[in-house]
Design a protein around this ligand. Structure first.
Ligand SMILES: C[S@@+](CC[C@H](N)C(=O)[O-])C[C@H]1O[C@@H](n2cnc3c(N)ncnc32)[C@H](O)[C@@H]1O
Length: 210
């Protein structure tokens, strides 16, 4: 998105809460690839969507520093829970530090492991799932999550426009682009769900199970 327009939008939307500004800064100082974090605009969108939908059980694939998990956990009721799966065990201490910085962080249940394995062990049913882990595995995540989602439940899939690369025809695509193209094609034709791709940040697909 054009930088001037993004500044305008963020200036006229809810501010990034102080605790998230701290996590955002710490992520930039301590981790590589801090651009992976959802950030101000998408974070406020996740939080707003959860306030509207009022999910009680949320599943997240790809915790990283805990930013998006906490955005969604902000809106959870007292007895709500968010299961977040992260494969990189070196992130665990940092994530737990960030979760402990706010009272509602205790609603986030962190699972260190491969999402493809951990999802199978989690009890159904979920009201909302946020897919933001390995871009090459979105189709596998989707098939594992869908049976664990209640009818009317929502899957959010991040980065589905992949910097616009999914829309450009080229023979020598990298694996991540190819996998995201396959995922987008499959979901578009899948009659079990309703779907729309929002051009928010790097593309966010909203999928509703019928
Ligand atoms: C884009 S980052 C997540 C950002 C986070 N959701 C946010 O918005 O703040 C992707 C994360 O997925 C993790 N990841 C990659 N493959 C995974 C897998 N198979 N299972 C669980 N986590 C995985 C990576 O280690 C990385 O921390």
């Amino acid at each position: 998105m054009d930088e001037q327009l993004e500044s305008y939008i963020t200036a006229h939307s809810d501010a990034e809460p102080d605790y998230l500004q701290r996590i955002n800064r710490a992520t930039h100082l301590r981790l590589i690839n801090p651009r992976m974090l959802s950030g101000h605009l998408q974070g406020r969108f996740l939080s707003m969507l959860c306030r509207i939908l009022q999910p009680k059980r949320i599943l997240e694939l790809g915790c990283y520093s805990g930013y998006s998990a906490l955005c969604m956990a902000e809106a959870l009721p007292e007895d709500g829970e968010l299961h977040s799966i992260e494969i990189d065990d070196e992130l665990e201490d940092f994530i737990r530090e960030n979760l402990a910085s706010v009272s509602f962080g205790k609603k986030v249940k962190l699972h260190i492991g491969d999402a493809l394995e951990v999802i199978k062990k989690l009890e159904p049913s979920f009201d909302l799932a946020f897919i933001d882990a390995d871009k090459r595995q979105y189709s596998e995540y989707y098939e594992l999550i869908l049976p664990k989602l209640r009818p009317g439940g929502i899957i959010l899939a991040d980065n589905t426009l992949w910097d616009g690369k999914v829309a450009v025809p080229a023979a020598d695509k990298d694996q991540q682009t190819k996998s995201l193209q396959n995922f987008n094609e499959f979901v578009a034709k899948d009659e079990r769900v309703e779907k729309i791709i929002l051009p928010l940040r790097d593309g966010l697909t909203i999928i509703r199970k019928k």
